[in-house]
Design a binder for this molecule. Sequence first.
Ligand SMILES: [Zn+2]
Length: 105
Amino acid sequence: MKRLMVFNLLCPCGHRGCIVESTDESAVPAWHFNFVRRLSHTGDYEGLDPIFADVKPACPDCGTSLGPEHVVARVELPVTGGNMPRATSGVMPPPIGLQNDRERG
Ligand SMILES: [Zn+2]
């Protein structure tokens, strides 16, 4: 089953970006990769969260290293069709509205 999990991040300076975690546990071997939107990879996160440790997200505007504490919304997106998600503009998930996530508790 393919799965896309989007972590929306809010920098203290007000910049927003997101990490997209893409996994397919039904594939053999299972694959997993992360990519970012509107963030850089210049952060210095060294905590236990494997996604942040992999991506090391940072704000491209002010350079602040971002961690799990900056996640403001986490949204799982359904993946349909046979195409593996790739980091191209055609299959990027759309921006996530925070108001949509509020219903999820
Ligand atoms: Zn910033």
